[in-house]
Design a protein around this ligand. Structure first.
Ligand code: SF4
Length: 63
């Protein structure tokens, strides 16, 4: 699984950080940062939830 984020679309709402705090962080600029671009199997469900619940569609996964 590979995770990407479009910081231009992110509004800093923080759902992704709440759902997968080991993978996503909202930085001091108020935009998401992907901490672990290739998270392991144990993060898969949390990352998929985060992608689904992002209000702006800023997150994507592949693989
Ligand atoms: S859920 Fe989406 S809009 Fe909210 S901080 Fe994460 S990437 Fe940004």
């Amino acid at each position: 699984m590979r995770v990407s984020a479009d910081r231009e679309r992110c509004v800093g709402s923080g759902q992704c950080e709440l759902l997968a705090p080991d993978v996503f962080e909202v930085d001091d600029d108020g935009a998401v940062r992907v901490l672990v671009p290739e998270p392991g199997e144990e993060e898969r469900d949390a990352v998929r939830d985060a992608v689904a619940q992002c209000p702006t569609g800023a997150l994507a996964v592949s693989g």
